[in-house]
Design a protein around this ligand. Structure first.
Ligand code: NIG
Ligand code: FE
Length: 420
């Protein structure tokens, strides 16, 4: 495959240039080049600038060339929080929720995450790979080039490892890069109900050392929530995880304000995610420590909960990322257009800030701000080419993807005309 591509005559090249998360007002700065070009050689961006001066140094015959006149080009999107590897579906529970049951009521009576745990335990590795591949194909069509995926539907040694191995295989097989997170502390099965500390001991003693040793996950995450894992239990698990070399994430303050945001700051997590109920203090602690606030508006929408206070977070100098949270329960959607719609129309986050939140800040939420998330020399050649001349068409075409082509590591991997 040819990993050399020149994309030239780009009407609007939205570079999102930068090598670290952007906070506050900087989130509005997209670093745009009109009539721009990007040169990608062996999968890596070698030159970025005005078309004329940028491509003159290169022999075009060695490259595939895309003429992007009339198009906007952006960095590939980074979906930094998903649970995309799972068995079974929970359409019935969605109907129950429409009739008034709450997400936590369903979990407490043994459904919810625990329902998916049973189906994932029963699924063969090949079946999980097959289903995961289809979901990744759909994400790619939205311009996503890097995805984070979590375990957490096994809650036993073998199935947790199986989920991580599936993601490792998919990372090798599929163009999208996959960042793996260990989320063994996602729920409590009935054998451990009331003995959550024993379950944490099991994860720390029996599962995490193997995950670390086999490098099956880079991050460790926990669902810190009332009736799931307390702040104290989350602290114990994550502190040990850190000692084992994991970087940290937390499902924090999603349904009840427990102090998950504060805990993320205390432990120097890379990100705290959800944050629907995060306190002012938690938000300020995170801003001070440079912890990325990953907001998941698809989940708030699907659960009919109030959105996280993204506007307040940005105005108070937090680096905000946005992600889909694709999972079979609280948000069965990998739709990037949906995230744009919710962020811009309902969270009072501007289009420019939303783009930053899905590119360089999402890269920072995965500790990859030096390698992806912007169109800068030295970064991976991951870009999305729109069918329209400006990024403003992304939220304007409500709920519909305007991505025409996707280039991953310098290779054209999605083309709407061919892939439909
Ligand atoms: O991020 N909150 C916990 N975990 C997921 C949902 C998982 C599920 O319902 O299957 C979330 O929303
Ligand atoms: Fe999640």
């Amino acid at each position: 495959m040819n990993k050399n591509i020149i994309i030239k005559n780009v009407s609007q090249l939205v570079t999102c240039s930068g090598f670290k998360a952007k906070c506050g007002k900087d989130m509005s700065d997209l670093q745009i080049i009109n009539d721009g070009a990007v040169v990608i050689e062996q999968g890596i961006i070698r030159a970025v600038g005005k078309t004329g001066e940028t491509i003159s140094d290169f022999d075009e015959s060695r490259f595939s060339v895309i003429d992007a006149r009339g198009k906007a080009v952006l960095p590939g999107f980074v979906d930094s929080h998903t649970h995309f590897v799972f068995g079974g579906y929970r359409a019935e529970e969605f109907s129950w929720r429409l009739r008034g049951d709450s997400y936590m009521q369903i979990l407490e009576r043994g459904g919810g995450i625990l329902n998916t745990v049973l189906a994932t335990r029963e699924s063969k590795k090949d079946e999980l790979i097959e289903a995961g591949k289809k979901r990744l194909d759909s994400m790619l069509s939205f311009g996503v080039t890097t995805v984070e995926g979590k375990s957490g539907y096994g809650l036993d040694h073998d199935t947790e490892l199986k989920q991580l191995e599936v993601m490792l295989d998919l990372d090798n097989e599929h163009p999208i890069d996959i960042v793996r997170t260990f989320l063994g502390a996602h729920a409590v099965t009935k054998d451990y109900k009331g003995r959550e500390d024993t379950y944490i001991d099991f994860l720390i003693g029996r599962v995490m050392p193997e995950v670390a040793e086999r490098k099956l996950a880079e991050f460790c995450d926990v669902f810190c929530e009332e009736n799931v894992f307390s702040v104290e239990q989350a602290r114990r698990l994550l502190s040990r995880a850190k000692e084992m070399g994991f970087k940290l994430k937390i499902h924090a303050d999603e349904i009840v304000q427990l102090g998950g945001a504060e805990l993320a700051a205390e432990l120097d997590a890379v990100s705290a995610d959800h944050l629907l109920q995060a306190s002012d203090k938690g938000i300020h602690d995170m801003a001070e420590k440079g912890i990325v606030a990953t907001l998941l508006p698809g989940t708030a929408f699907s659960l009919r909960e109030p959105y996280a206070r993204g506007r307040y977070m940005i105005d108070n100098n937090c680096a905000v990322a946005l992600a889909t949270d694709l999972n079979p329960g609280s948000c069965f959607s990998e739709s990037i257009p949906l995230i744009f719609a919710l962020a811009t129309l309902y969270m009072n986050i501007t289009t420019e800030e939303t783009i930053t939140a899905l590119t360089i800040n999402a890269a920072a939420a995965l500790n990859r701000e030096d390698a992806i998330g912007s169109i800068d020399v030295g970064k991976k050649g991951d870009v999305a080419i729109l069918e329209f001349p400006s990024y403003e068409y992304i939220p304007y075409h409500i709920g519909v993807s305007v991505v025409e082509k996707v280039v991953k590591d310098g290779t054209l991997v999605f083309d709407k005309e061919k892939n439909g």
